[in-house]
Ligand binder design. Sequence first.
Ligand SMILES: [Zn+2]
Length: 234
Amino acid sequence: MSAYIHKDDRFEQTAPPVRECPHCGAHAQMLPVSTPKFKTLTETAPSHVALGFQCSACGEPRFGKALVRSISADRVELSGGVVEIERPKERFAFTYLPVEVRELFNEALECYSGDLHNAFASMCRRTVAASIVHLPEPGQSRWKNAFAEIIQIGEIDDATAATFKHVLFDSSASMPKIDAGQSAVLLEIMKDVLYQCHVRAAKFRAAMKMRRLFADEQPSKVTSLRRARGETSA
Ligand SMILES: [Zn+2]
């Protein structure tokens, strides 16, 4: 699939790309709104071009770049596979995390979304250290138990599990290198254990509080045995 910029600057594409929008999260069409001029491309002959799109669902701008395949007298051919600059960010229920943990894990997700896998691993270590401090005693064993459980559930091999353990719990300066595949698994582990340690308990406590509040506001609907029998107290 290709895209073209014609001599009259007209942009032609067989179909607008459909991708998850980093702003609204919808799988929406990227409608072209800003494309390079034909004359500029023929003069400068770049290897890549920048393209401006608009999300068909929310109208927010989306940016991409495409490879220049060929330049002829009538048109410039671009690769149809547009690489989006701003990609959808990984989501998490940050509300329930302590502020320090929230800030660190948010940065970890920024690294992950930007394909900075080793930076992501380093931020995961910092997130775990902060999370342990904010957990009731003994926080470290809660993390390690939840980690061991998810390794077992995920049937993660021993070598990978050892690498993750080194990344998350080793306090020395050394840090193993992480590739994209390991990073994706580590992300799921982080989400699961943070959920277990912080979100689950906070959500449960909030739900209990609401239930109690609701129950206190209701008049008693329980008919006593005596009233049911029509008896009166002496
Ligand atoms: Zn959108």
